[in-house]
Write a protein that binds this ligand. Sequence first.
Ligand SMILES: C[S@@+](CC[C@H](N)C(=O)[O-])C[C@H]1O[C@@H](n2cnc3c(N)ncnc32)[C@H](O)[C@@H]1O
Length: 380
Amino acid sequence: MRPPEGDGYSSALRTVDLKITDVAFGGKGVARENGKAVFIPFTIERELVSAKITREKKQFAEAEVVDLRQRSRYRVDPPCPYFGRCGGCAYQHIDYAHQLEIKTRQVRDVLKRIGKLDDVPMRPIIPSPLPYAYRNRVTVHAANGVIGYFQRDSNRLIDVEHCSIAMEEVNRELADLRSHDVPDGHYTLRARSGPRVFSQTNDGVANALRDLIVQLMPSNQELLVDAFCGAGFFAKALIGKFQRIVGIDWDRFAIAAAKEDATEKETYIAGNVEDELVGAVHRTARGRLGSIAPTLNPDKTALLVDPPAVGLSARLRKTIVDLAPATLIYVSCNPATLARDLAELRSRFKIESVTPLDMFPQTAEIEVVAQLQRSNASTN
Ligand SMILES: C[S@@+](CC[C@H](N)C(=O)[O-])C[C@H]1O[C@@H](n2cnc3c(N)ncnc32)[C@H](O)[C@@H]1O
């Protein structure tokens, strides 16, 4: 069906010669046609391509390569037979060291473009010890006898026998699932058993992330508030630096797991981070943090936040500014929402460092840790 006139779409599909100038956050190569950005998956900066425009809007267009006319020296052969069709990986065609350079650049660019944050002190990206076979869990989908992942930009499934970014134990689980006649649905396959709560996906990078946070956190503090604590992965590594730790997560199974081996220094609250922090700042009856830490001294308090991809809500950002803990560490799985949040938090905090981590090699995802210290200046 032809879209209505004047909505910015054009149905004319053309083939154009383009030069890729960048790889944007999200994984697609970027070129310009008469000034308009054209996004082309599976390309690398400086490559020359002939590409078919598949979608055209007022502000940008999308295209697919029909002929790679000049290839990048960073181009490698993707090892996975599903690469290009499968919606999971975006970068198997790029040499791993160059993937790290691209991700570093993307973090810097997103902080600048969305957060208007120039000259952020960036630390070198932390690579994954394993560029493949690193995922300790995957979720596959089963429908009408097909078991696999969704195709790129589609809700159709492709049948997947082996996932090259999953650990061998996970692939054994996949082979086992595929050998049975299973009902349609979603199946999370794990390398090892454990509570069904959030856990970091790449063990090697998760350990590096935890070590980095321990290193960035000052010693001899009174209170750590670990917001979005899950099962206490970070809190438990930080016990030695605090007199008291309060973890908050609304997943009661995660909180139960955190409590299992908790020392008397640790308290875990099953609740909404917003409500708990608002209650503590305004000393209202709402939430339990206020009663657990009635003498919350911001000068001796550190706040660690590790929110989901949506980042911090406007209310939570304001509450953190009001609370003004001496140290704030922000773990983000989405540089775009991190940039938005840092733009607001810098009214009260100075950004000491930003460290990208490659938790998800071959994919477009990037994990980032921002280290902030309270400041009195209005911006930094
Ligand atoms: C990215 S995970 C981080 C988990 C933990 N830091 C770790 O490394 O294992 C985000 C966590 O936030 C929790 N969560 C999301 N929104 C929340 C909210 N508004 N209040 C409390 N917990 C929330 C989820 O249950 C999940 O455990």
